[in-house]
Design a protein around this ligand. Structure first.
Ligand SMILES: Nc1ncnc2c1ncn2[C@@H]1O[C@H](COP(=O)(O)OP(=O)(O)O)[C@@H](O)[C@H]1O
Ligand SMILES: [Mg+2]
Length: 317
């Protein structure tokens, strides 16, 4: 869906982005991570041509973006940023309808779309339509920013640290909502963040950047298991890397069939993470859990040994 071939951006003689190649499949969420100034925002903004690339090629569906008309870029690519970019003197309703108005949609279609988006993002029309951005909490303003980015139903969504300014709880709620939205709407998303935990939680494809280059990319679990160098390893949390891997691995991947002995009292859902299972063992002072399905029926067991990967897959270990 989105491909970058050896893309470089120079500001003067400095390369902010230096020969990066990247491919984002349709429906994937790709997270760009790296320390401040490594070229994440520049990369994102070259995709919707807020910044023109100096060298290389950027393709969307096999077509070079250089040849896209401005209207096509607006219609196909939504853009959400940390500061939300909402117009302070416009109501929420007017802010969300911005792109459809630029695209000259008829009034009633805009109205219907704004209503649909507000309900999708949990912002009831009657309470929020006439509010101004300064009357919103940080989390509400971010939701409006995301609604606005989705307004023209683009197939691509570019998000630049959209939750960066939020408190950890609101942030986690919006991360969860974004995943949920993603699973329903199947957008292709490129998400910039400097927060590795956020990237690990959200990404299908994780891209680590440093000084304008891509150091490593792949599935989050691949990077956690096999970071290419000390820089990637430290970004991934150093010693905590194993716990992050456990947080991304479901219990069902390590559980054993039910054994002949009486089932353990303490239970864990098969879709819970190994990290959650470990927390239950720690709290209950046990080394064996019964794994249950949605109906709370036992479907297997998880021992501490199989959780950590000793004698993997060997029944009764
Ligand atoms: N418009 C600009 N003019 C000159 N230099 C810029 C411009 N935008 C970004 N840069 C430089 O390019 C580098 C990458 O910036 P940016 O993509 O914003 O990084 P990030 O989003 O990863 O923090 C930085 O060194 C920054 O100072
Ligand atoms: Mg940035």
């Amino acid at each position: 869906m989105i491909e970058l071939f050896e893309v470089t951006k120079r500001f003067g003689s400095e390369a902010a982005v230096d020969g990066i190649s990247l491919r984002v499949e349709k429906g994937q969420l790709c997270a760009l991570v790296g320390t401040s100034g490594c070229g994440k925002s520049t990369t994102l903004r070259m995709i919707n041509r807020l910044i023109e690339h100096s060298e290389g090629e950027i393709h969307i569906d096999g077509q070079p973006v250089r040849r896209f008309k401005e209207e096509t870029l607006r219609r196909r690519i939504g853009y959400a940023i940390q500061s939300t970019g909402l117009f302070p003197h416009w109501t929420v309703e007017r802010n969300i309808g911005l792109v459809p108005r630029l695209l000259k949609w008829p009034r009633d279609r805009i109205q219907a779309r704004v209503e649909e988006l507000m309900s999708l993002l949990g912002l009831p029309m009657e309470s929020f339509a006439d509010k101004y951005p300064n009357q919103l909490s940080g989390g509400q303003a971010q939701r409006v920013g995301v609604a606005r980015a989705l307004a023209a139903d683009p197939d691509i969504l570019l998000m630049d640290e959209p939750f960066g300014a939020l408190d950890p709880i609101t942030r986690e709620t919006l991360q969860f909502e974004l995943r949920d939205l993603q699973s329903r709407l199947h957008k292709t998303i490129v998400f910039v963040t400097h927060d590795m935990d956020e990237a690990l939680r959200l990404a299908d494809h994780l891209v680590v950047m440093r000084a304008g280059r891509i150091v490593q990319q792949g599935a989050p679990l691949e990077l956690l298991r096999d970071p290419i160098d000390a820089f990637v390893e430290s970004l991934l949390g150093g010693e905590d890397r194993g716990l992050k891997e456990a947080a991304l691995t479901p219990v069902s991947h390590r559980m054993l069939p039910l054994g002949p002995h009486p089932i353990a009292q303490a239970r864990i859902h098969r879709d819970a993470s190994l990290h959650q299972a470990l927390a239950v063992m720690f709290r209950e002072h046990v080394d064996r859990l019964t794994v249950v399905d949605v109906e709370d029926m036992p479907v297997g067991e998880l021992t501490l040994r199989c959780l950590v990967g000793v004698h993997r897959g060997e029944p009764g270990a």
